[in-house]
Design a protein around this ligand. Sequence first.
Ligand SMILES: Nc1ncnc2c1ncn2[C@@H]1O[C@H](COP(=O)(O)OP(=O)(O)OP(=O)(O)O)[C@@H](O)[C@H]1O
Length: 315
Amino acid sequence: MCPERIAVTVDEVIEVRELTKRYGATVAVDRLSFTVEPGHVTGFLGPNGAGKSTTMRMILGLDRPTDGEALVNGRRYATSKQPMSEVGALLDAGAVHGGRTAVNHLRCLARSNGFGDARVTAVLDKVGLREVARRRVGGFSLGMRQRLGIAAALLGDPGVVLFDEPVNGLDPEGIRWIRDLMRALAHEGRTVLVSSHLMSEMALTADRVLVVGRGRLIADTSIAELAEQYRRDVLVRTGADAELAGVLRSEGARVDEVPEGGLSVTGMRARRISELASAAGILLHELTPRSASLEDAYLDITDDAVEYRAQGGVR
Ligand SMILES: Nc1ncnc2c1ncn2[C@@H]1O[C@H](COP(=O)(O)OP(=O)(O)OP(=O)(O)O)[C@@H](O)[C@H]1O
């Protein structure tokens, strides 16, 4: 498959520096700094109220920062001369006039931004709405509206795309379609930032995650690094557990016996365990690195940042 769009300038990025937004006493975004680069999907992850939408609105110039700045391709987006060719955004798929047909909605947008009808046809094809293009949007399902919102976002063939909770409320087929689309857009060389409050969703879509809580950046890491950081232990089974336990302990590992048989080893990688076992002439029957789930990792790092939490128990 040939990527549609491969020419990307190096500075085609989102750059957020010390970005802050206060609403009265509420600090929605608190000195947030990060960059988002082209070629992969960056997840913007955090519990409800963490400041994700506010940050996206400030990147798009829809909200004014109290302090700091958000730049797209090195400039404030509000100053862009060709906004739809620079950034495509899906913030609220419901924000479309229900009386219009899909094709008319897109044509209006295209005309007011200087794009021809060929782009309208191209994006209708891309999101799979060609068959229903002449139907009124008022009768569209949430999934169809979402596709239409994405078609509008892609009209200008933008290098940067922003999606705010795009899979909310969609059925499994719609969710899979959006995941594949985001990955394809990144593969084409675009900068893709997508917000979610679900780690399970991000683990399937994003290569890198920015985790926020109470407006602050908590983690900026790849999914692989996060899994590695939350690696729990290595389960080892041999014919000579006691002997291997002695060897590993003498090399600094913590070794516990597992009730159902085998050893739980922490503080040492599987490869080193295998080398030490081999040097001691001990045959390994099993060597399994075990991670906490990414969901556990996410809950752990956002533990102090959850705005509303069930207290547990009934009063
Ligand atoms: N216009 C506003 N006026 C006052 N407070 C606001 C406004 N917009 C957002 N907030 C507050 O700022 C904080 C961050 O909200 P924001 O919507 O950015 O979070 P979020 O991470 O996108 O969460 P969610 O997933 O629930 O939308 C919340 O405490 C919210 O109540």
